[in-house]
Ligand binder design. Structure first.
Ligand SMILES: *Cc1c(COP(=O)(O)O)cnc(C)c1O
Length: 419
């Protein structure tokens, strides 16, 4: 399931020039401990192309003022940039309207927004919220806080040992009490692509709302929110080759406008008196205070860059890298990959003998390889697999076979030290 962005021409995969793409990312020419940097932690945060950095620099130097406030030219320019960025995001997700796009700090704040504003006002004691066993803490803890506040029940949709989402079991969990399903599009630990379209269809049969954590999914698959027909879709800018400090909550407009504000302050109000305030419609209603102005400009530049290369082409490239890496790692004795779902993206979590993941990552860092070690903000998932932590290599649009060869060599070196 890979979506084309509407009205945008996607270049042919044969034009995918990995060398020239790598040249677009300044950080990829860094050296690390005397080796070329092999950056395999894009799942935690992606590097930024020059186009994003230059666009943000230009906006800070030439187009900077606060937005939605001044009538002067510079403020209007900044406001236009900010609102055009919203339009770019809306088009990228195929949203019906830019009004459905709310800029937040990251996906965490987007999910908390829904848990507070929707959860505390539309859900009551005994209602059920369904999440999966492979959620990031950002899609677990807000629902636990909601459980403590209003008494909802949290239900966990299971996965199999390979990391596949179990649709049949999910269906059995659904019932008249299910009011909200909050599931990740793609697992940040296992790489599993979750069948979100089927999940939405099943959730509709019991009239439950659906929130998708699209943090990894939008990067590797894209999304068409109209065709998906969920109620909320959230993602974070820094994993989509954009800046940190900005996230997006997409929601159906009627629903957003029925929800009360989450934070109060400037920009989100119509009229304020000491007795009472009235609130603007979405998106302003949910953007109290000065928003991430330049971050929005950077995110739009990142989306333009991705679109110029083509989400499908990027996905195809990353699939090649996943296959290549899976076969390289399979040659290493004692390496066990955790997460072998039928459909997955370029994320590989693994164990190597009984070497602690922190030791692995420290040793291979000395060879210039950057990977993640730890619980990846998914402790219940670690428990599911009976491990305290894993080492995780995650790929991006710029990952090369050279990066993966360097990883494999460094892992053999680590094995040598402990073996
Ligand atoms: C990274 C990630 C998050 C958290 O993103 P933040 O930018 O820290 O809010 C949530 N869910 C998934 C699936 C992720 O990969």
């Amino acid at each position: 399931m890979v979506f084309e962005t509407k009205n945008k021409i996607s270049p042919n995969i044969n034009d995918y020039n990995i060398d020239s793409i790598r040249d677009d990312f300044p950080a990829l020419s860094l050296e690390c401990n005397g080796y070329p940097l092999s950056f395999l932690d894009s799942g935690a945060s992606a590097q930024k192309p020059s186009k994003v950095l230059e666009r943000m620099d230009h906006a800070y130097r030439n187009e900077y003022a606060n937005v939605h406030r001044g009538a002067y030219t510079l403020s209007q320019q900044a406001t236009d940039n900010y609102e055009n960025a919203r339009k770019t995001v809306a088009d990228f997700m195929n949203a019906k309207s830019s009004d459905e796009i709310i800029f937040t700090r990251n996906v965490t704040s987007a999910i908390n927004l829904v848990a507070h504003s929707y959860g505390r006002n539309f859900l009551k004691a005994g209602d059920e919220v369904v999440i999966s066993h492979m959620e990031h803490h950002a899609n677990i803890v807000p629902w636990q806080l909601l459980r403590d506040a209003v008494g909802i029940e949290l239900k966990i949709a299971p996965i199999d040992d390979a990391g596949n989402f179990l649709l049949d079991d999910f269906e059995k969990i659904l019932g008249p009490k299910t009011k909200l399903v909050a599931i990740t599009h793609v697992s940040n630990v296992l790489g599993t692509i979750v069948p979100i379209k089927k999940i939405v269809q099943l959730a509709k049969t019991v009239d439950a709302k659906v929130l998708i954590d699209g943090c990894q999914g939008i990067v590797h698959e894209g999304v068409d929110v109209q065709s998906l027909d969920a109620d909320f879709y959230a993602f974070t800018g820094h994993k989509l080759y954009g800046p940190s400090g900005i996230g997006v909550l997409w929601g159906k407009l009627d629903l957003l406008n029925a929800m009360p504000p989450y934070e109060g302050g400037g920009d989100m109000i119509e009229i304020v008196t000491f007795e009472k305030s009235t609130f603007r419609d979405a998106p302003a209603r949910f953007e109290a205070g000065t928003p991430p102005i330049i971050e929005a400009v950077g995110l739009a530049a990142a989306i333009d860059y991705i679109t110029s290369i083509g989400v499908n082409n990027i996905a195809t490239h990353e699939n090649h890298m996943l296959e290549y890496a899976t076969s390289c790692l399979a040659e290493i004795d004692g390496l066990r990959i955790i997460g072998n779902a039928d459909k997955k993206i370029g994320i590989i979590s693994f164990e190597l003998d009984d070497i602690h993941p922190h030791d692995i990552s420290t040793i291979i860092d000395s060879k210039g390889v950057a990977v993640r070690a730890g619980h990846h903000c998914a402790q219940p998932l670690m428990e599911r697999y009976g491990v305290p932590a894993t080492t995780r290599a995650s790929f991006g649009m710029y990952t090369s076979e050279g990066d993966i060869d360097q990883l494999a060599d460094a892992l053999k070196y680590a094995k040598g030290i402990f073996g």
